[in-house]
Structures are given as C-alpha cells and as structure tokens.
Design a protein around this ligand. Structure first.
Ligand SMILES: *Cc1c(COP(=O)(O)O)cnc(C)c1O
Length: 359
C-alpha cells in the first residue's frame, strides 16, 4: 500500500508535549497526525494518506450515522528502555478486524496493509510514544477504525468505506496502585445473542452496554457483567473486558460461549498461565458457580483483562438484592500481569515472538 504524508504545519510544541506525556490520562489528547484510506467497490482501497489530525467533515446522510456500520480495534505502541518502539501482536488485531468486517459487511483490509498503516502513523508521530520508568506504564494507544462513509439512507452495505488510524498517549490505568473493581450483575440487559455481533468489535455493542453501565454506576459499581442472552445463566464478559476465575487448586476458568469478544490479552494470558503451571479451562461458567465458588472459598481470585488496563482484579459482585463477599487482589493476577507487561515494555525476553518492532 502506497501511503502519502502531509506533515502538520502546526505540531504540538515540545514543551506542551512534555506536559501532556507527563500525565496523559486516557483518550483525551491526540497526536499531530491521522491516517486515512478510502474504499469503493470499483477502486478497492486507495488514497492512503497521513494528514494533520483534525475534524472530518461528513454529509448528514452518511450511512454510519444512521445504521452504525462500523468496527474498530484497540492496541498500543510501547517504548523500550533502548528507545525502540514496538507493538504487541498487531497481526492478531488485523485478523480480528477482518473477522469484524465480515460480520458488519465491510470490505476486508489485508493484514499486511493494516500493520503497515498502524506502523506508518506511529513512525510519523514517534515523539508521542512516551518513555516509561519502572512501575509506570505509559504507552501510545492506537485506535484503527472503519466506517460506512457513503451519504445514502438506503439500507445496504455502504459503497464508500473509510479506514482511519488515530493515536492517543495513555497513562497508567491505575494511578496510585491497582485496586479491585466492584462489578454489577445486570439481569435485565444482555450484550450479545447467538447469531448476533458479540464476537465483532463494533460500536453497536458498546452503545447497547451503556444503559447497563449506567445502572452499575447507580449501584456504586465500576463495571457491569453480562450473562448469556439465551438462558441468562452463563457469564459472558464485562462491557469491554474478558474474565478469569482462579480456583483453590490453581485451575483457571475463563468463559467461552461463542458470543464473547476474543480478546488478544485473553489469548495471551491463557498461554502465560499454562506456562506458569496453571490448568486453563475455556468453558461455560455460570453465575451460580461464581456465587458458590466465592462463598465456599473454592474461587480465590477473579480478574478481568483487556488492552487498556491489561489485568484488573475483581473484588465484589453486586446484584439486585444481594452481593458476594469481596475478594482481595491476588498473587496469580499480579504475577501474570507482571510477566505480560514486562514483555510489552521490553523488560523481559519475548519468547513467543509477540512483539513487532516499529522503530
Ligand atoms: C476489545 C474488547 C475486549 C478486550 O480485547 P483485547 O484484545 O484484549 O483488548 C474484550 N471485550 C470486548 C467486548 C472488547 O471490545
């Protein structure tokens, strides 16, 4: 793919950049550039370019605004101690975007084009990849996304599609130490049904989760857990993170229902946990098994995972009319998290070939 570059005439000053990178937060500041590629049935993917970051103008009839034909990815670029810049399993994000695009009737962007596009933006905005000190986990969060950009109100797959990549520096997810989150069990809403789009990374899944998230906040909870849509029995996942249940004998169970989103962190943790001597079971896991396991002491730790926070310990489960006792932040989560983060930040050897060098 040929990518042209139109450099920003007004990049953020070094002084302002240093200020932003000292405390980037999440998703608030964006780099000097963005990448954009167009697709039509006649031309395929074309006009790949990097241009100054800024608003995009849209016809009010643009299909994505009405029918939500949209998918996205989330990944990070990490600066290693020697100054080099790397991403983590980018081909896995590329492959997942291909699967999402099939479900949402969007065109396929080849894996190599996806990786090239992400790399190109990171190269141009390299100064935005934070340096990190030990104990600190600053990185550059990357958001590739694809949307129906044809101005047309008829209901059919769009004949103009746009793929973009934007980037945003991200701070440590847990300021002042990792603390367990309180989870709200929603018994009214579901996030994914058989034949639906739960396994695709698409904005619609997030839109449908917000009301449940709101309900969680009203009950003093940080996150919401969804059950399967058919029986209302089996754990799916949190709105944007996959779950793990650590048992007394070291066994780890992670839900598999066919409608969860296949997290790349989830897959990586399964491999690391096995190497660390844990048996990992991917199977249906009921809400009753959660409640009983915590009550009996059979479950010793619960944690959630995703690119943004890597691993978050889960404390209390709260539902309408009750709650399960809180679990502390456990050793298993701490150890697995440490291993993964050390590989990502170049402090431990990458024995799996997971890291991809950009600079
Ligand atoms: C992105 C996402 C995850 C986490 O996936 P990672 O690849 O680990 O970041 C989990 N659940 C949902 C619904 C997601 O969209």
């Amino acid at each position: 793919m040929q990518i042209s570059t139109d450099r920003s005439p007004a990049p953020v000053s070094e002084a302002r950049l240093a200020e932003i990178l000292a405390d980037p937060g999440f998703g608030q500041h964006f780099t000097d550039h963005m990448l954009r590629v167009e697709w039509t049935p006649e031309k395929g993917w074309h006009q790949a370019r990097i241009e100054p970051y800024g608003p995009i103008s849209m016809d009010p009839a643009t299909a994505v605004l009405h029918y939500a034909q949209e998918i996205f990815e989330g990944m990070k670029a990490y600066r290693h101690p020697d100054g080099s810049v790397w991403s983590f399993r980018p081909e896995a994000n590329a492959q997942r975007m291909v699967r999402s695009s099939r479900r949402l009737a969007l065109p396929v962007l080849e894996e190599s084009d996806f990786v090239q596009a992400v790399d190109a933006l990171v190269e141009v905005d390299a100064r935005w990849v934070p340096t990190t000190e030990a104990g600190d986990e600053r990185s550059l969060y990357l958001r590739p996304f694809m949307f129906a950009s044809e101005p047309f109100l008829g209901v059919r797959p769009s004949r103009h599609v746009t793929f973009m990549v934007i980037a945003s520096p991200a701070g440590s997810y847990f300021k002042g130490g990792v603390s367990p989150v309180r989870i709200w069990l929603t018994e009214e809403y579901t996030r994914a049904a058989r034949g639906g789009m739960g396994a695709a990374k698409t904005g619609g899944n997030y839109a449908s989760s917000l009301v449940a998230q709101q309900e969680a906040a009203e009950h003093g909870c940080d996150q919401v857990v969804f059950l399967d849509a058919q029986e209302g029995t089996y754990i799916e996942e949190l709105g944007g993170m996959n779950l793990y249940f650590v048992h007394r004998d070291g066994r780890i169970v992670t839900p598999e229902t066919g409608t969860i989103l296949e997290g790349i962190t989830r897959a990586s943790i399964i491999e690391l946990a096995k190497e660390m001597g844990h048996t990992v079971e991917e199977r249906r896991f009921s809400i009753q098994e959660w409640k009983d396991g915590v009550a009996s002491g059979e479950i010793t730790e619960i944690f959630a995972c995703g690119t943004a926070a890597v691993i978050t310990p889960v404390g209390e489960l709260v539902w309408d009319g009750g709650s399960a006792p809180s679990l502390p932040h456990g050793d298993v989560a701490t150890k697995i998290r440490g291993r993964l983060v050390d590989v990502q930040f170049g402090r431990a050897e990458d024995t799996h070939g997971w890291m991809h060098r950009i600079i």
